[in-house]
Design a protein around this ligand. Structure first.
Ligand code: FES
Ligand code: FES
Length: 221
């Protein structure tokens, strides 16, 4: 074997040996390498009322209120749009306050009173806001409608309770039920069909106000 050939063989042997040692060192020893057993995700019991009916669930702690309502209780009225808090399709009322149920974990609602669109009215006895949406054609495809109606109900309560908004000139004064206030407060509810004007008219009717041409709303005599 020539000097050159001997060098090549030796070089290959060294490289192969090195690779093998790398491979071996990459294999965890039996003692340290026993793969951890797949763990069950943590679960927690939660009890709350939904539309007046007690519910007791054992849930993966990561379950959102939206998924608990739809997948565990079977109330499909609350819709999943973005699942990121951006569209408002999942709006429900918790203790009368509207929230995006996709942004809230179910286990955070121990003891709470949750109201979904199914709890506002029935086909034979619509909630006034539901009836107004029908009367004013406040929906087209209807996907956003449950969230819009839950929001609309809460918006009028917010204004009446004096909760300030971004469009008030003086946040220290009591807000009024104007078109501007209603539109501002409904801005977290997105409607792809663009039924906004009709939604505003439906809300105005329930609030007992008349929407003015430009902005604001006039209280009916
Ligand atoms: S699904 Fe919750 S905000 Fe869009
Ligand atoms: S009615 Fe279609 S998304 Fe609002």
């Amino acid at each position: 074997m020539s000097e050159t050939a001997h060098f090549e063989v030796s070089r290959r042997a060294v490289l192969a040996g090195g690779a093998a040692s790398v491979g071996i060192s990459a294999i965890p020893s039996v003692a340290e390498g026993a793969a951890p057993m797949a763990q069950q995700p943590p679960s927690m019991a939660v009890t709350f009322k939904v539309n007046g009916k007690p519910q007791a669930l054992m849930l993966d702690t990561r379950t959102t209120l939206l998924d608990a309502l739809r997948d565990h209780i079977g109330l499909m009225g609350t819709k999943k749009g973005c699942d990121h808090g951006q569209c408002g399709a999942c709006t429900v009322l918790v203790g009368g306050t509207r929230i995006n149920s996709c942004l809230s974990l179910a286990v955070m609602h121990e003891g709470d009173e949750v109201t979904t669109i199914e709890g506002l009215g029935t086909p034979d006895g619509l909630h006034p806001m539901q009836a107004a949406f029908v009367k004013h054609d406040g929906f087209q495809c209807g996907y956003c409608t449950p969230g819009q109606i839950c929001s609309a109900v809460a918006v009028l309560d917010e204004i009446r309770a004096g909760v300030p908004s971004h469009v008030q000139a003086d946040v220290g004064s009591a807000p009024e039920i104007t078109a501007l206030e209603m539109r501002e407060r409904m801005s977290g509810n997105i409607c792809r069909c663009g039924a906004y004007s009709n939604i505003a008219e439906a809300m105005a009717e329930v609030a007992g106000v008349r929407i003015a041409e430009t902005h604001g709303a006039e209280v009916e005599a």
